[in-house]
Design a protein around this ligand. Sequence first.
Ligand code: 13P
Ligand code: SF4
Length: 325
Amino acid sequence: MTAALLPTSSALYERVQRIIPPMEWPVFSGDIDAILKLKRERDAVILAHNYQTPEIFHCVADIVGDSLALARRAMEVDAGTIVLAGVHFMAETAKLLNPGKTVLIPDSGAGCSLADSITAEDVRLMRQRYPGVPVVTYVNTSAAVKAESDICCTSGNALAVVESLGVPRVMMLPDEYLAQNIAAQTDVEIIPWQGHCEVHERFTPADIRELREAHPGVTVLAHPECPPEVVAEADFAGSTAAMSDYVGRHRPASVVLMTECSMSDNVAVDHPDVEFVRPCNLCPHMKRITLANIRAALEENRHEVTIDPLVADGARRAVERMLEV
Ligand code: 13P
Ligand code: SF4
């Protein structure tokens, strides 16, 4: 691309002007221009999860999506450096699939309550307790946990992964609610673990009933990390990408996304005709990623993601097996 064709922050503002007020834009524009320049100089691409804030998601990211899309698209990256605007397990997945590339996460403390809920030793103990039962591990886990697993899944493919194994019983770790929500859709018996997402566990069926009363006709979409009682009251449950697709396909007059707050902002950019009702919960881990630390990551090559070679092969096998389903 020639310099004349490169986007600048002022051209990008048009895209997000309904979401970011003009008064706030100067706070972002300097970092955006610097990041666009650094990406070219460093041969870098930015992968951003759907929960990143709009100035990251719409203005500096090259590839956006849910965890499944980010894993798939990570395999197609030509650039030498990947900056993962998301949480640590997502950066580890990108590194597993790109062992020869530099993978950076702008804040190495961007964790996940689900990933923190289980260790590799816990998985080994579960295998002793349920001998011969395959372990399906949510990607929201460390590489060490993945290495102890037969196959990974995301919220976008969990049902297909469970059913692909052709067995009557599986362990599904560590998200108890995702496991219960999948169990409701299959004859495969599912043994869960008691991990929860600290963002989605806070939604309740009463929240949905109150929303429906306050906004008659509102369409309610929920992430499958929500408790089953919440999913039961929603009109649709699916991964972050599936919720976004639902809005595009059905164009509800008004919608509420029972998930992390930035989702509504990001989806709203492409759907000015849809009213987004916005009770939401913030993910403190996703919110650790900012334009300032993305810029610093590119300027100072920090924080590089490395994976213990003793676990990398096993973890990669579990992720690649998922991508074949
Ligand atoms: P998705 O795979 O649906 O994007 O979910 C990731 C996540 O962390 C949800 O809390
Ligand atoms: Fe983890 Fe929940 Fe945050 Fe997703 S929203 S990264 S599952 S804590």
